[in-house]
Design a protein around this ligand. Sequence first.
Ligand SMILES: *Cc1c(COP(=O)(O)O)cnc(C)c1O
Length: 415
Amino acid sequence: MTADWLDRGQAHVWRPYCQHATAPAPLPVVGAHGCRLHLADGRQLVDGTASWWTAAHGYNHPHLRARMQAQLEQLPHVAFGGLAHEAGYSLAARLAALLPDPLRHVFFTESGSVAVEVALKMAMQAQANRGSARRGVLAFAGAYHGDTFATMSLCDPHDGMHHAFRGLGVPVEHLPVPRDGDDFEARFAALAPSLACVIIEPLVQCAGGMRMHSVSVLHRLRAVCDAHDVLLVFDEIATGFYRVGRRFALEEAGVVPDVVVVGKALTGGSLPLAAAIASEEVFSAFHHADASRALQHGPTYMANAVACAAAHGSLDLFERDDYGAHAAKLEGWLRATLEPLRDAAGVRAVNVRGAVGALVMQPGSAPSSDRFAAHGAFVRPLRLRAADVVYLMPPLLLPDADAEVLAAAVHACLG
Ligand SMILES: *Cc1c(COP(=O)(O)O)cnc(C)c1O
């Protein structure tokens, strides 16, 4: 029943986040269309995770394919150092136009983790270029910002998947996400003299457990950062492009950070591309006759032209249709699907915001992906130290029939 390439390759592929001694074999996928994964044995699974939250428009979208194909024929790739191409330059202008005005300087990378690293470098070096010795970063409990060394150090120090690497990476302090009536401002003031920047996933901390906070948290962060001359970085790699309701979470809050990081759904799940986008003020801290004040960074495949074309295709689709309405519809559906499971065995909390829905469960109690697959759904619970989290973040264009399959699978496995 399985594909022979799977058997031959299994001895050689080192899988992500995988304990090879105990993990079942991965599901062999031979095609993906709309919101469905087509498996080698002929089964179809409705994808509840949109390939790590990237495939906002579903798979194999004809418009994305057409934009990528046209670019492939014209110019697949040239280095971005000393050379320029239309796909990249027009994409930078287009992204800047989607964001509040001071955010207009776009640095492209191939992955989200590296874009977060670039955002940190922008913040630290902007401080240094202005004559400040501040190097520290404030991150939050429950955070996830990537798997590279600097970004691992930002992740939740206890419950995050990277706690074994604590102390390596950048100098970082962690505080709980502010809550009403706490003493966050006082604790921040004590740390501020050593801080270059604060980084947060606005409104929803995703890989750290689908934890949600209100817009007032972002207002408070903007206020303390302004008061203490600390830069504010929003990591919108997961929340951007309508996942939590509006185009960006920053719009929901009406708060403008100094740097915003985007990735994941930027190319609609087709090719790797991310970006750190800085304000005029941050960019101008690098603007100087002295070459050593420049940002020394340049990933080999940055702004790959086919990836930029894919991003244009994804932005075309976001523009043509009302994705805010799609996210709102999914929010209603997620509430209707997950709220009735509030009292199910092992469930501690139900969290829904925009097109993110999660059941927070006792550690070890979430059903396996195989059980969901037996009911026609691909669902991959997060397994943290303090909780298991069964979440749904499907493509934003989820047909009703596919939504029914997902809902029925979750109820069959948990109800
Ligand atoms: C996925 C994710 C990253 C890392 O992006 P990669 O492309 O996997 O390196 C960083 N921050 C957040 C919020 C993410 O969800």
